[in-house]
Design a binder for this molecule. Structure first.
Ligand code: SF4
Length: 309
């Protein structure tokens, strides 16, 4: 009988006290537990940054890879063993900066994996430089001057790239994050969950008090849940181009809402053939028998060689 503690490790955690990463780690562990996923059926891949340490703290298979390279390695693992639940984690600098090419092209493939991005708008591990999601004109406490380039919009980029599940959650709302992660893992296809994550050490602008709206005249929380507003990001008929385009435009428009009101929840979801489905069309045994269990070394390739003569 699996218990929550089965997903924890004894590895010392040196994240700063109060870091939003703790909320994400708890949500990941609770998600795996509630989905009753056996630890040896899950693999977590990370890049470089504070978030990169996540695989050390979750008792599953894990690989702390290179900066911006978690997605190609996660892709290789999923292709080799499509029976695994594959999760990639990383920061906004890792995934949307140096890893941006992989971020876009992983979405185009629609491989079945979940990408969890710890989005704190700074490079925390290297002392708080502006990351790709920091808004132009903002200056966090270790920056000598305000950011002079525009922040990118990861949700709009993901929808444009081809991710078939695009959501945003918040590291300090573990219940919402857990439910979002569950939906992302259960989704068949490439899923992005961009998690607004507080970095109390370096981001003194987007703090938990800021997200709670304590600076606003209304004192109302900035974050609101799309599902509470009647918003529906689900495509009912993937073959209906008009509906698909309308849902994409609606999601992208919402993703630019940032200021006194910030939406969280599932922005866009569509069920389309996955990359694995495409491979299975060429290799019928792929779905039932993962590549790692196929005898690839004793195949008779004579017909292939003869085809070149
Ligand atoms: Fe968390 Fe920021 Fe500390 Fe990194 S630097 S562990 S993101 S609080």
């Amino acid at each position: 009988m699996l218990e929550l503690k089965n997903y924890r490790t004894q590895v010392h955690n040196d994240w700063c006290p109060g870091c939003g990463d703790f909320g994400i780690l708890n949500a990941v562990q609770m998600t795996l537990y509630e989905l009753k996923l056996e630890p040896d059926q899950v693999a977590i891949f990370s890049g470089i940054g504070c978030s990169g340490k996540t695989p050390h703290f979750v008792n599953t298979y894990g690989f702390h890879t290179l900066h911006g390279r978690s997605l190609p390695i996660a892709t290789g693992a999923k292709l080799a063993n499509n029976s695994l639940t594959v999760i990639a984690v990383g920061g906004d600098g890792d995934g949307y900066g140096i890893g941006a090419g992989h971020f876009v092209n992983a979405g185009r493939r629609n491989l079945d994996f979940t990408y969890v991005v710890h989005d704190n708008q700074v490079y925390g591990l290297t002392k708080g430089q502006a990351s790709p999601t920091l808004q132009k004109g903002l200056r966090t406490k270790s920056m000598p001057s305000p950011a002079i380039v525009e922040g990118m919009n990861p949700l709009a980029t993901a929808i444009s790239a081809g991710y078939t599940f695009v959501a945003r959650s918040y590291s300090l709302d573990v219940r919402h994050l857990k439910e979002t992660l569950k939906a992302a893992i259960l989704h068949k296809g490439s899923a992005l969950v961009d998690v607004l994550q507080t970095c109390p050490t370096y981001n003194n602008i987007n703090t938990k008090e800021w997200y709670a709206g304590t600076d606003l005249p209304t004192k109302a929380p900035r974050l609101y849940k799309l599902e509470d507003t009647g918003y529906d990001g689900n495509v009912k008929d993937p073959n209906n181009t008009t509906e698909v385009n309308e849902k994409k435009i609606q999601a992208i428009a919402r993703s630019f809402e940032w200021g006194d009101r910030i939406p969280i929840g599932i922005f866009y979801r569509i069920q389309e053939p996955t990359y694995e489905d495409m491979i299975a069309n060429k290799m019928p045994t792929y779905k039932e028998t993962p590549l790692v269990k196929q005898d690839l070394y004793h195949r008779d390739i004579t017909p292939l060689l003869e085809s070149f003569t």
